[in-house]
Design a protein around this ligand. Structure first.
Ligand SMILES: [Zn+2]
Length: 324
């Protein structure tokens, strides 16, 4: 028995049946790619930058050919994220961290996420693999706009810090403007903000939230969540949240006293963005009463033992802040 490379449950194969179905359309894909990391690097250089997808962390486009995942310049239906060439702390653990954080989001908190898992280079290096949610199996591309686009913020218009120069309250206001099903979708956005805080994802900036635009009706819904990582494990000095909560420089008395967001701030944010108080309480209690499920997934994950311990400790600290 080993752990499924996607859901982490016990299985006799690389991926359990259910995950093979969701992640690879039922094809029995090996959890080892046909190329090594050096071969991959060579391939990457030969293609210029055309295999990579923009973003801070380099991502590569891949598609299924027979029973293999192959790199591709066009019509990619998967994104591969190997260990980045960066100098972050514990950089080798970044793929396992993203995989674990995405699985916690989906399995413990019912946050909508695309199917994802772990796959390896032929010579052993770990890769996070995720199915693209903006491309359907028939190749049709969905219209997706991130909140930097919706807010009309670019480096040219708002400077280098444009992805961070905004607040979650404003993000919700933008959503209200575009999303007809706002009362439903805003609870999903709020849950995602609480989740990011719980798992120390300090990089949930404007480009890490997106809406789908329905071509036929022109209305918008929230896309699945993506790029969820416990960034504190790799960047210890990062601020607790990528965006501040409240617009116009507002801060709560408790924040002023402790310079940390706590339960009071989440309740205030919920109120300001139009979620009923009993719903806010219900959502928060889901995040504060889940420590066993989170710990169980961390223990089964592909993180190194040191970081498993640190991950659990960080989440426990954040959970206490959301409790009181
Ligand atoms: Zn599975």
């Amino acid at each position: 028995m080993s752990n499924c490379n996607s859901c982490l449950k016990d299985t006799n194969d690389s991926y359990c049946r259910s995950c093979l179905q969701k992640l690879f359309n039922g094809k029995k894909i090996n959890h080892v790619l046909q190329f090594t990391r050096p071969e991959f690097n060579e391939l990457r250089l030969n293609h210029g930058d055309r295999l990579s997808i923009s973003g801070v962390q380099t991502k590569y486009s891949a598609k299924l050919e027979g029973k293999e995942l192959q790199l591709t310049e066009e019509n990619g239906t998967y994104i591969l994220k190997p260990i980045p060439h960066e100098t972050f702390q514990h950089v080798d653990d970044i793929p396992a961290n993203e995989h674990l954080t995405m699985q916690i989001a989906s399995q413990v908190f019912d946050i909508n996420t695309p199917p994802n898992g772990i796959i390896y280079f032929k010579d052993g290096g770990i890769i996070y693999v995720v199915k693209r949610f903006d491309v359907l199996d028939n190749g049709k591309k969905l219209l997706q706009e991130d909140f930097a686009q919706l807010a009309e913020k670019t480096e040219e218009s708002a400077g280098k810090n444009y992805k961070y120069d905004y607040t979650y309250e404003q993000l919700a206001e933008l959503m209200k403007k575009y999303v007809a099903a706002y009362p439903i979708e805003i609870e999903k956005l709020f849950s995602l903000i609480v989740f990011n805080y719980l798992v120390c994802n300090g990089d949930a900036h404007l480009k890490n939230f997106s809406l789908f635009r329905n071509e036929q009706f022109g209305d918008y819904t929230l896309t699945p969540a993506y790029d969820l990582v416990n960034t504190r494990l790799h960047i210890p000095v990062e601020p607790d949240t990528a965006l501040e909560f409240f617009k116009d420089g507002f801060i709560t008395e408790t924040f002023k006293a402790g310079t940390k967001y706590t339960r009071i701030d989440f309740i205030e944010l919920g109120k300001r963005i139009g979620i009923k108080n009993d719903r806010v309480e219900k959502i928060l209690s889901k995040f504060t009463s889940s420590s066993e499920e989170v710990t169980a997934l961390v223990e089964k994950s592909f993180l190194s033992d040191d970081l498993k311990e640190k991950y659990i400790q960080l989440v426990n600290e954040r959970r206490e802040r959301i409790k009181y």
